[in-house]
Design a protein around this ligand. Structure first.
Ligand code: SF4
Length: 232
């Protein structure tokens, strides 16, 4: 858990937030930038906490002033977060969750923002379209639900187009991929800023030439500011 800082990407970009990063993920994307929350070899760094303990820490970090709490991972959908959301709502906090959409939970319906970030071909993962639809159904009408898709190349872009066509009512955020360096296990690993900028420019050109005028293209602000360091 860390913050307050700003949300660095997607629909809440720039908004002050406290991050709650949960351990464990059912995916293994080769370019994962949160391996310390995914790979069990980092398990010793993880802290088991009750919903009440997480909530107390959110309040301490935010000085008791309500803000948007970002639930991230790993895949936070595999954790029981309903009680935390209930505790926070009681005091006026809001909750945003980002997940790849492979696991749905009934407490999605209590979220304020749901970011579904299905993984493109470059991830090597296969999208379970039925599960993605289940996530939308579980969320229902309350959360503001959006799609956020990482794009490294043309195949990823075509995938993003496909996801958007399947769910035309959802706003789409496209984000240029961030290749982790070979020593990605290091928490202060460097960053391929030129590569990110090249992909960002290519993505802007591709979206505009393709006349996909409802898609938003955004970089990861925290990566531009702090690289791939974790906890900022
Ligand atoms: Fe990492 Fe997200 Fe892929 Fe899980 S789904 S391995 S957290 S990039």
């Amino acid at each position: 858990m860390f913050g307050p800082t700003i949300q660095g990407e997607g629909v809440l970009i720039g908004l002050p937030t406290v991050f709650v990063r949960t351990g464990g993920c059912d995916y293994r994307c080769p370019w994962c930038d949160s391996l310390h929350a995914v790979d069990s070899r980092y398990r010793d760094d993880w802290t088991p906490m009750t919903p009440q303990a997480v909530w107390e820490e959110v309040k301490r970090l935010s000085g008791g002033v309500p803000l948007t709490v970002s639930l991230s991972g790993g895949n936070p959908a595999i954790q029981p977060l309903g009680e935390l959301i209930r505790l926070g709502h009681r005091d006026g906090y809001r909750f945003a969750l980002e997940t790849q959409g492979s696991v749905s939970k009934d407490w999605f319906a209590d979220l304020d923002v749901l970011v579904l970030s299905p993984k493109p071909p470059s991830s090597g993962m296969a999208t379970d379209w039925a599960q993605l639809a289940n996530c939308l159904e579980a969320a229902g009408a309350r959360p503001q639900t959006v799609l956020k898709i990482v794009v490294f190349d043309a195949a990823d872009y075509a995938y993003a187009r496909d996801v958007a066509a399947r769910h035309p009512h959802l706003p789409v955020y496209l984000q240029p991929g961030n290749h982790m360096p070979p020593d990605r296990g290091e928490v202060d690993a460097g960053i391929d800023m030129d590569g990110i900028a090249d992909r960002m420019r290519w993505l802007v050109e591709t979206v505009t030439q393709d006349r996909w005028f409802t898609a938003r293209v955004l970089p990861q602000l925290h990566v531009l500011l702090w690289g791939n360091r974790r906890g900022v």
